[in-house]
Every structure is written in C-alpha cells, then in structure tokens.
Design a protein around this ligand. Sequence first.
Ligand code: 16G
Ligand code: ZN
Length: 551
Amino acid sequence: EKQQSIILQSASRFPPIQGVRFSYGTAGFRSDASILSATVFRVGILAALRSLKTRSVTGLMITASHNRVSDNGIKIADPHGGMMTQDWEPFADAIVNAGNPEDLLQLIIQFTKKENISFGGAQPAEILLGRDTRPSGGALLEAAKQGINAVIGAVAIDMGILTTSQLHWMVRCRNKGLEALECDYFAQLSSSFGCLMDLVPRDIITDRVDEKLIVDGANGVGGEKLKELKKQLKGLVIQVRNSGKEGEGILNEGVGADYVQKEKVVPCGFGPNDVGIRCASLDGDADRLVYFRVLSTSSNSIDLVDGDKILSLFALFIKEQLSILNKNGKEESNNNNPVRLGIVQTAYANGASTDYLRLLGLEVVFTPTGVKYLHEKAAEYDVGIYFEANGHGTVLFSEQLLCWLEARKNELASASAGCECQKAALRLLAISRLINQAVGDALSGLLLVEAILQHMGWSIEKWSELYKDLPSKQLKVKVMDRTAVSTTNAETVVVEPSGLQEVINTETAKYPKGRCFIRPSGTEDVIRVYAEASTQEAADNLAQSVARHVD
Ligand code: 16G
Ligand code: ZN
C-alpha cells in the first residue's frame, strides 16, 4: 500500500513525453537528453527491482558513449558486472513506455508478482550509480536516484563521474565482497600492469619500443581518468590529448575511437609532430579503444589499428603463454583436459583478421553485434577473447582456469622458481587482473596492449603488419521502419524482406574477395551496410549497389 502510493507520487513528478516511444536497443535507452528524465526515473525503479530479485548489488550508468554531447542514455549492470539479463528487456521496454503513473504501477505489480519480488525485505537493495561527463548527467542522475528511492528498501550509492567500465567493474567487485572504490580500480590496474612489465624477457631490447604513447580522450571521461592512472604506472610515458578540459573541444566531435575507426582520419588535436608515433583513441565513456599511427596530416591519413588487431595481439600472446604452460607441464593432468581458448567476433570483423586467427589454429566464432551477445559467448571458454572491430572487447577467464593457474604457480614456485612455465602462469594471472572481466575497458585494454608490445619488442608498425586489412566500406540507409529487415547467422544473412539476400549474393559475387551484409542498427533508425573486397573502389561500389536495394 505504502509502496504503491510512493511509486504513484514520485512517478507523477516525471511525466513521460507523449508520443515518444523508447526501446531498450542493443545497450539500453539512448536519445536526446532533454526527453530522457522519465525514462531514467523508471530505469531507476528497474535497477532497484533487479537488485531485490538477485539479492545483489546492481549498477546504473548514465552515458551515451560515442554519441553527441546533447544525447544521453542509461544502462543497467547486472550483479556479475555485465549487461542486464536479456529476459528483463521486455519489462524494461514496457515500464519505460507506460503512458501514466497508474499504468506504470500496474506493470510493476504484475511483474514483481510474476518474479516473486518482495519489497522491504531484511536485505536492502543496493544500486551503484555512475555517469560520464555530459552536462545533462547530473540532472538525470537525480532522476535515477528518485526512481531508486521510490522502491522501499532500495539504496542508491552515487559513485560520481566514471567510465562505463569502472562502474561495471565496481558492481562486479562489490558482489564478490571486494573493495570497489576508484582507488582500488587504479591500484589493481597499475599493479597487474607492473607485474606484466616485470615479466618482460630481459633479452628484449626495450628501447626498440618507444615508451611514448599519445592518447586521444574523446573529450570525455577517459582522459581525466587516464591522467590519474598514469601517475601510478612505471615504464610508460603517456600524453593525454582531448581530455575534455575547458577549451579543448567538444565530446566526441572530430575525436574519439568511434570517429577514428569509422572515418579513418586524424582526430582533432593531433598535428604534423605526431607523425609515426603510437597513438590511441578512447570513446566518450572509455569502454572502447583503437590505436592508430598518423601517416600524414596534409592528406589526413592514418594507419588504423582497430579492435580486430587488438584482439589478434591478445590472442597471439595468450596462446603463446598457454602453450609454454602445456609444453612444460607434460605430466600435468591438465593435458587430458586442454585449456579451451575461444575467439568471438562479429560480422564487422575484417575478413583478414578472421583468416589470420584461424591460421594461428584458433577457434573463431561469431555472434550478432552488441556486447551482451559477445560476452555471453566468450564466457563459454576457459579463456574467451571477444572484440568488436569498433574497439569494444575484453578477455574472460573461467574460475576453473584461474584456480588451476594459482595451483600451478604455487607448485612451480617451490619446484623451479623462475622457469618459463612459472612465468607464463604469472603472466596469465596478471592479465586476468589487468583486463576488466565485467565489460570492455579502454584503460585496462590499453595497458595490456602496452605490456604486450613491450614483451614482444614491437613498434605499432610491426603490430599493424600482423595482417593487412581488406578494404571495407560502411554505409547507412535511413528507413521508416528498421524492423522490416531481419537477419540470421550472426547477422550475415537477411531473412526479411524475402529475396533481398539473393540480390546481395548476386552483387557480392561480382567482386573478388567480396563480402557484404546488411543489418538493422540497434541504436538508430537506419539499416547499416558493410562491404569488403580486394580494393577500396570495389568495396565502395559493392556497398553502394547493395544500399540501393535497401530502400
Ligand atoms: C552499442 C553496443 C556496441 C555496438 C553498437 C552497434 C554495447 C555496450 N554497445 O553501442 O557494442 O557495436 O551498439 O550499434 O553493447 P548499431 O547497432 O547502431 O550498429
Ligand atoms: Zn562506449
């Protein structure tokens, strides 16, 4: 009774905008910030219910990632630190679109009954809140708090301005009973990075690898955080550009991982003096990372080292460490039960990267676009590495493997300290602490890249030469109703409208090494077209000719 009137009362302070429908999409609700407060309020209620249901800490992150500064969005972190379970997405859609407080209340009553959620139990619900640097973030955070406070027994804990990845990491740690403040995050990253650097083979002449790295912070939250983090790092000289300081530029405008990866041009804030230097770009909420090297500022050209190449570098290194362990552990029981290493990509992965990974003998599987799909798949392996070409990805280690590595480490420490085998175990354990197990994280990904380059003694050029990207082209076609297109086989085959896939096949067959797919965006009202072929011109033509058939 009391609960019901609280919800009705507070919901009436956040009336929904009539005539606007929101959809949960690939990664939560996103739109122009000015129409989001009712949505955010309601998602606050949702996160509290999710916490009650799971009897664990959940999280709410207010961000629109790489989108415009005037946009904002909200997503929920589940107790393990990943995205909210897909089972709850229909309920999320329903409550966000409820026309008035009374309808909202009815939906909540029905749902909590069905899910057996009771209010005001002994254990309070706890929800960690974070937001990026968008100016609309403060007011939206307040709306989220009010949503949470409308649920009796729910407590909102404001963690302040954070990267998306930090918030997810905190939720995960809290549920493991670990310390989960920002200082703990920085300490874990810097200590595990230090561990990997200490294990760099001595015979590598480290001055072959330039210590200097320039990072484009997209004028978002990542640059500031990196400035904090770098104070604790040894062996790296990081210069942060586009950190979002007054006068440096606007969030995501002409800067950041999304811009650099899609446009393949030099971001703002970089000039002729940066030619040839190792550079990286974060996105607006620092959960994506790409590297690049400026080739020429006059022709605005870069050599892009995208998520696929980061994935390839990680895969190569981890595979090497696993094989050292296996070679030296012949009598180990683990030999009957080899470590399963799996690579997860999406259809956007450059075909050359997939060929490269398969040539290494690795198992590569595909899922639809969106972290929730990749992450779920990667979790099926002992070591699962997933990346989207756009730079979102991470490495997941199974509990079982981590236990095995710990045991190996201790055994080996007593037997033959300092052997290659022990070092490999230590490296893998350090990677598992450095890389964010909750979600993709540009800061932890960046440190792992840097440690591996030092280990290999590789310049960015050398890394980039692992394989040569096939020329590709992406287009988007504005449509009235993007749901008219549906796909299967990890988005590589069109199901509806019927006949369209045959057209795509016919066009694709005209080009050597041609590959092309279309899919409805999960974040915008467009159909996206991706094409790949042996030359840039061919890729452009293939994309264009397929796009013409989409309208
Ligand atoms: C979201 C996804 C990202 C994906 C992108 C595709 C998460 C956390 N983020 O930003 O992984 O690449 O959507 O957008 O899942 P699209 O559907 O508009 O192409
Ligand atoms: Zn992002």
